[in-house]
Design a protein around this ligand. Structure first.
Ligand SMILES: C[S@@+](CC[C@H](N)C(=O)[O-])C[C@H]1O[C@@H](n2cnc3c(N)ncnc32)[C@H](O)[C@@H]1O
Length: 256
């Protein structure tokens, strides 16, 4: 078990199943926008690359004449990124937190790509402000971010609601904002960026495979572990067991 930074999830192999499922759910939306960019030969910086699901795609897009510099706080994530991309010579790796490593970058980039990182940072606005000097004159930023409190369940499920309240508390306990995605436009605007496009996408998880994301999340961030909540005194082991059981039944249930 390893966790670095204010990050609430596991990192490395323990994270791979959840991040691969996130890629299956959100990947098509991320790709849709990336496909419209001509990135052949571009130099890309990816922050919080995780286990490399988007790094791999970015490498394909830039081709051998371009490069991807991928940064993550966890060396265990980076190891998987190297494996799944084949660690080509035009992949440059930085292990470190964005807070501590951004200012050491000497290069400017055509594209900065960030997915699902900002909700894990205590000062995401500072990071957005720090991106400007790293962009070339016509450079772009693409950010995909979540608004976690907008998750809903239909038909209503009491255990889903309970898990969501606890899950949001986990973030807030780390002084990070699980709804930072909602603030992206104003945040970029405040940092002086010209915002070309903003979209709000809400995938629907209706298959048992996709609904399993909720259980993977619970397992990985420690919601299945009563110790995680001991300090919050909000849930006891018995209720946790019932909650995960209730969500499991819900995830397995198919629509009529
Ligand atoms: C939810 S994952 C997203 C991974 C990847 N961007 C994707 O979309 O598949 C968030 C990643 O951010 C990394 N991370 C968390 N806090 C960080 C920080 N302060 N600096 C750099 N990386 C960080 C985590 O290790 C994790 O790999």
């Amino acid at each position: 078990m390893s966790k670095e930074g204010n990050y609430i999830f596991q990192q490395g192999h323990a994270a791979q199943e959840r991040l691969d499922l996130m890629q299956a759910i959100y990947g098509p939306y991320s790709l849709h926008y990336l496909k419209q960019q001509n990135l052949q030969g571009a130099n890309v910086l990816e922050l919080g690359c995780g286990t490399g699901n988007m790094t791999k795609i970015l490498l394909e897009k830039v081709g051998t004449k371009g490069s991807v510099t991928a940064m993550d706080i966890a060396s265990s994530q980076i190891e998987i990124t190297k494996q799944i991309t084949g660690n080509p010579p035009n992949l440059h790796i930085i292990v470190g937190s964005v807070e501590n490593t951004l200012q050491s970058l000497q290069q400017q980039f055509d594209l900065i790509y960030i997915r699902f990182l900002l909700i894990h940072l205590q000062n995401p606005q500072d990071i957005i402000m720090a991106l400007k000097p790293l962009l070339k004159a016509n450079g772009r930023i693409i950010i995909d971010e979540l608004i976690l409190s907008t998750m809903q369940c239909e038909p209503a499920n009491v255990w889903f609601d309970r898990h969501l309240a606890l899950y949001l508390d986990l973030y807030r306990n780390q002084n990070v904002d699980p709804d930072f995605g909602l603030k992206l436009y104003s945040s970029l605007h405040q940092a002086g960026f010209n915002v070309e496009k903003i979209e709000h996408i809400q995938p629907c998880l209706y298959t048992p495979l996709h609904k399993n994301l909720v259980l993977l999340r619970i397992r990985e961030c420690g919601l299945g572990d009563a110790k995680m909540y001991a300090s919050l005194e909000q849930i006891c082991q018995d209720e946790l067991t019932v909650m995960t059981g209730g969500i499991f039944c819900h995830a397995e249930a198919k629509l009529p």
